[in-house]
Design a protein around this ligand. Structure first.
Ligand SMILES: Cc1cc2nc3c(=O)[nH]c(=O)nc-3n(C[C@H](O)[C@H](O)[C@H](O)COP(=O)(O)OP(=O)(O)OC[C@H]3O[C@@H](n4cnc5c(N)ncnc54)[C@H](O)[C@@H]3O)c2cc1C
Length: 449
């Protein structure tokens, strides 16, 4: 055999698959999946978390979402509605000034630094001993008598097979449930996504207090000239250094493998159009502005499971509290079915709507629970519970259910026990120290758009 200095010959061993075993496998590391993994680990489960992206964090990180909504009740003195892993994240982000509060939509929302979220997620997973598997795309599910026995994932380093007792489908698209062949739902009117962006070198002292209508007016008058399809959305200064975060584009939500890249390109073109428009219309504030960050395409809603129960719009509007409630939220119905405008239905001070465990349990599967933006809900109802506060709460409930599963079925979980596990996410109404400081920081000024 010829020897080459400094080199050894290697050859792929055909059929070699890396095997991983755990008590719980979580697919998706967005708000819902991260929460599920960390909560389950805290309950003593051996957990692996797999994500198709090269980093942890889901859309909260890669789509540059930038604000946590649905974490507070409504009104001028709102209480927090979700606890658990959220507390750890708040502790990490507030310690370095990486989360700040703002009033909007009759509630309190938190702006966060995207890098800080990512670093918190990585450290939390690594320090707790959760096994992370990034760049791992779920492509096949092995079913045995209504139970998922194993998942096969493709990675750059070859195939990985994960065997676990329980699985959380926090993939946003219900990818795990889909691969089992279950019937699922898709909205009959498309729900649009957004490419978020950060502009830098903006005079934020100047434009920071402008009403949003000023931007919307320019988008309406001249948007077509700059390739824009949307006339509303938000823009606000973030962190330090003359930066603003924008949620002002709309893209078609891709429903097939070929659509994602084109949707991303279309969204980034709109970001460029916004920059050109704002430079032209507002040269004093945006004359030197540049794009600091294009988010990956942000996808609001794709497929939802067929659960044991479904959240209806009527449930949301009336604040119906189901017997198997596991989370609550007062975020508006925020529907993105029109390209030009977003439909908002903001609720009053006393309003609260609820998430039943039944909406997280796919029919026909015993050891899969779903958390996040793919639970069973009518599209407009989902538009009020898919924000990150309730995603954390769903993750927590999924973890508690997994810890209670044993050889049983998620369809027969002891609901009273589960509700006791997540009691503060159902009934707590006090103002914790973070809330007090967020309230002081945000003041009681009129709501922003
Ligand atoms: C543009 C936009 C703006 C938004 N603004 C806000 C806001 O301001 N505040 C707020 O609270 N919420 C906001 N939302 C809603 C919120 O961001 C999402 O609903 C939330 O991120 C959903 O979290 P998730 O954990 O369910 O899913 P995701 O964050 O989407 O995470 C799902 C993860 O699963 C992984 N995955 C998918 N398929 C596979 C597969 N086959 N194999 C392996 N991994 C897979 C993905 O890579 C991804 O990381 C916004 C959403 C969008 C799109």
């Amino acid at each position: 055999m010829t020897r080459h200095p400094g080199m050894v010959a290697v050859r792929r061993a055909p059929g070699s698959t890396r095997e991983i075993e755990a008590d719980l496998c979580v697919v998706g590391s967005g708000a819902a999946g991260l929460s599920a993994a960390l909560e389950a680990r805290a309950l003593g489960l051996d957990v692996v978390i797999a994500d198709a992206s090269p980093q942890l964090g889901g859309q909260a990180v890669e789509s540059a979402i930038g604000t946590i909504c649905g974490l507070y009740a409504n009104g001028l003195s709102p209480h927090r509605v979700t606890y658990g892993a959220m507390d750890e994240m708040l502790a990490a982000l507030t310690a370095n000034g990486d989360a700040t509060a703002r009033r909007a939509r009759n509630t309190l929302i938190l702006d966060y630094s995207i890098n800080a979220w990512m670093r918190w997620a990585e450290d939390a997973v690594a320090d707790r001993g959760v096994t992370p598997l990034t760049g791992a795309i779920l492509r096949e599910v092995t079913l045995e008598d209504g139970r998922v026995a194993a998942l096969d994932l493709a990675t750059r380093w070859g195939d990985v097979r994960i065997r676990a007792n329980a699985f959380v489908d926090a993939s946003g698209d219900a990818a795990l449930t889909w691969l089992t062949g279950q019937e699922m739902y898709q909205a009959d009117a498309p729900v649009h996504g957004t490419v978020m962006a950060v502009f830098e070198d903006v005079d934020t002292d100047l434009c920071g207090s402008w009403p949003r209508e000023r931007f919307h007016d320019a988008m309406k008058r001249r948007g077509a000239e700059f390739g824009l399809v949307r006339h509303d959305g938000f823009i606000f200064p973030v962190a330090r250094g003359g930066r603003v975060l924008l949620n002002m584009t709309h893209i078609e939500t891709p429903q097939d493998a070929a659509g994602l890249a084109l949707a991303g390109i279309a969204g980034r073109r709109q970001v460029d159009g916004l920059l050109a428009l704002f430079r032209d219309e507002f040269p004093d504030a945006f004359g030197k502005a540049r794009v600091a960050l294009y988010g990956q395409p942000g996808i609001r809603q794709t497929r939802t499971i067929r659960g044991r129960s479904r959240i209806t719009v009527e449930d949301v509007r009336t604040g119906h509290r189901p017997d198997d409630v596991i989370a609550r939220c007062s975020w508006p119905i925020e529907l993105h079915t029109e390209m030009a405008d977003t439909h908002w239905e903001v609720f009053d001070e006393d309003h609260m709507h609820h998430i039943p465990f039944g909406a997280m349990v796919p029919e026909g599967l015993d050891n899969v629970v779903v958390a996040g933006r793919c639970i069973d809900a009518e599209p407009a109802a989902l538009a009020s519970v898919r924000v990150m506060g309730p995603c954390f709460a769903m993750g927590r409930a999924a973890a508690s259910a997994a810890a209670r599963l044993g050889s049983g079925s998620f369809h027969q979980i002891d609901i009273a026990g589960l509700q006791a596990d997540v009691a503060d996410n159902l009934d707590r109404t006090d103002h914790d120290p973070w809330t007090k400081s967020f309230m002081a920081e945000s003041g009681r000024e009129a709501d922003g758009a």
